[in-house]
Design a protein. Structure first.
Length: 296
């Protein structure tokens, strides 16, 4: 399943959980971390476990759970509870390095055995930039991180606090400021290097639909494959931005057809545009994505 939109849903709100059933998000991230106070953790765990057990058909919408950070005393209890509901994956916040992701993977192996779940089937997405340390430890992901890590995203809000910054965007333009662009670029490059899906960060001004659309298109141009959402109304905008347009599909079809009709061609041109093997590969990627989305 292609996951363009990942919607955070508070794990202790029955109303929002029920409403999310009908949201067009490709994946829900049922949240036990920032959205749930410590005194509501037990109630939220029970609610999410029941929600997961009630929704066994994940063909149209996957269900992931954001647990508390690995250095929190709450993390293992989160996992022990929600794994009873067989989530599609776990969202790990605030990892310091790949070691935290690998530790989570080990816990998942044990809990999958306990629940009779196929080993290795529970995947991981990590929010890789929420601590200052994490920015310096991206190389650890290149040295044997678990194959469960199938997506990587980044976060600017917690990182702003970690760096002691007062803002994370340039006031005049709304673009991310230099330290946060660094975090974004490192997450994108690392995800691609380990063959994980790079997912764009949340757009916190949920009422600014135009700004969200612009950032989605920028993310997609740079290589991200989806985006996190913090409000239900953001999801349709994200889905549209990360779906190839008719014009893109038409151009990709022409590029593929041109190379197939001219075997052995290297660098060439079409409609005045230079083409070579990377353009052919990208065209095929567009067609594969478009076809997969029509089958969802």
């Amino acid at each position: 399943m292609i996951m363009r939109s990942w919607l955070f849903v508070p794990g202790d709100s029955e109303r929002k959980l029920e409403k999310a059933r009908d949201n067009p998000a490709d994946a829900l991230i049922l949240d036990l971390e920032d959205a749930v106070s410590d005194d509501r953790q037990d109630a939220a765990r029970d609610m999410l476990t029941g929600y997961l057990q009630d929704r066994t058909d994940r063909s149209k919408q996957q269900l992931w759970v954001r647990i508390n950070a690995m250095d929190s005393p709450l993390a293992l209890g989160d996992l022990a509870a929600v794994m009873q509901g067989v989530p599609d994956g776990i969202c790990l916040p605030k990892p310091y390095s790949a070691d935290d992701v690998n530790t989570l993977a080990n816990y998942l192996s044990a809990l999958e055995t306990r629940e009779g779940i196929a080993e290795g089937s529970t995947r991981i997405i990590c929010i890789a930039t929420e601590t200052a340390d994490a920015l310096l430890r991206f190389p650890t992901y290149l040295d044997g991180v678990t194959q469960r890590l199938t997506a990587m995203t980044w976060g600017a809000e917690d990182l702003m606090t970690a760096l002691g910054a007062t803002e994370n965007r340039v006031p005049e333009t709304g673009e991310y400021d230099a330290p946060f662009m660094l975090a974004r670029s490192l997450a994108l490059a690392t995800a691609r290097a380990i063959d994980a899906e790079p997912i764009g960060a949340v757009y916190s001004n949920f009422k600014d639909h135009e700004g969200l659309a612009q950032e989605c298109h920028r993310d997609r141009r740079h290589g991200f494959t989806g985006k996190l959402a913090i409000h239900p109304d953001q999801v349709p905008i994200i889905n549209e931005a990360f779906t190839p347009t008719e014009q893109e599909v038409s151009w990709a079809e022409r590029v593929v057809a041109f190379f197939e009709d001219n075997p052995g061609t290297g660098a060439t041109s079409l409609d005045g545009k230079m083409l070579d093997m990377p353009h052919l590969k990208q065209a095929r990627n567009v067609l594969t994505l478009a076809k997969a989305l029509t089958q969802q």
